[in-house]
Design a protein around this ligand. Structure first.
Ligand SMILES: [Zn+2]
Length: 274
């Protein structure tokens, strides 16, 4: 029930958010791939949807400038014949328009790695009940496909045998591993790309706004399992802060690619490009 409310609120938020045309594109060579961030939308989360055990403190935290700033980013990694999307944004129209800006046709995409099955990550897979990406295999974490609300998704019937369910800690292809990061949803999964002495964690929805970097115990109503969300988030922030690993976040501002730094009692996102 609570989960359903969260999904409903998420859909409502996305409906209320004016989606801009994808004009913000940033590419960088990372971990052996040409990595492109496509900013499908920029937005702010409504402050009333944040949660924290101390309401007064939460208010103070949210008073920080841009505490609730957010975005929807889709990442595209290209190397040789590998043309890989990480999530697909909210709908087919915006993701195909974004890909067109980097001269990629939907039929060129041969792999899609899904972090979790919320609408703002899988909405681009289908275009009027047809495949948006006719030649792509779609990798989905098994735990995510097992969720009752997801079981009957049209994605499974329409992509058929091209849906590849994988267990936790799977090698998707050499150089790309899945990293279980459960909490935001039951099967929420990040992907670690390594190559050429570099690594980048495409982390999905580990967090949604700057306030959660500064105060990692703050969460949003969309986080299905709040305690697990916070535990996973803290683990990942601690593990990667101050290291050479880049992160790429679906809802981080400034194109979403950068590094994590410690700051005071929390963390801060240091984007590669502002
Ligand atoms: Zn999301």
């Amino acid at each position: 029930m609570i989960k359903n409310i969260a999904v409903f609120l998420l859909c409502l938020l996305l409906l209320l958010t004016p989606l801009q045309a994808a004009v913000n594109i940033f590419s960088v060579d990372l971990a052996g791939y040409k990595m492109t961030s496509m900013v499908i939308a920029e937005m702010k989360h409504e402050k009333k949807y944040f949660r924290y055990h101390d309401a007064k403190l939460l208010q103070k935290y949210l008073d920080m400038p841009d505490s609730n700033a957010s975005a929807i980013n889709v990442f595209f990694a290209e190397y040789g014949k590998n043309k890989i999307l990480f999530d697909t944004g909210t709908n087919a129209k915006s993701i195909t328009a974004a890909l067109k800006e980097i001269n990629v046709k939907p039929e060129d995409v041969n792999m899609i790695c899904i972090t979790h099955m919320h609408y703002d990550h899988t909405g681009g897979l289908l275009d009027n009940n047809k495949r948006t990406f006719p030649n792509a295999a779609v990798y989905i974490p098994k735990e995510e496909a097992d969720i009752d609300e997801n079981k009957n998704s049209d994605i499974f019937s329409i992509y058929g045998k091209d849906v590849k369910l994988f267990p936790r800690n799977a090698e998707i292809i050499p150089g790309i591993r899945s990293v279980p990061a459960f909490g935001h949803t039951k099967g929420h999964t990040s992907y670690l790309l390594t190559g050429k002495g570099q690594s980048v964690l495409i982390w999905g929805d580990i967090l949604h706004a700057p306030v959660e970097f500064a105060h990692p115990d703050v969460y949003l109503v969309y986080d299905a399992y709040s305690l697990q969300t916070i535990e996973t988030r803290k683990e990942i922030l601690k593990k990667y802060a101050g290291t050479g690993t880049y992160i790429a976040g679906a809802h981080l501002v400034s194109y979403g690619i950068g590094k994590i730094k410690r700051e005071q009692n929390g963390y801060i996102f240091a984007p590669l490009k502002k």
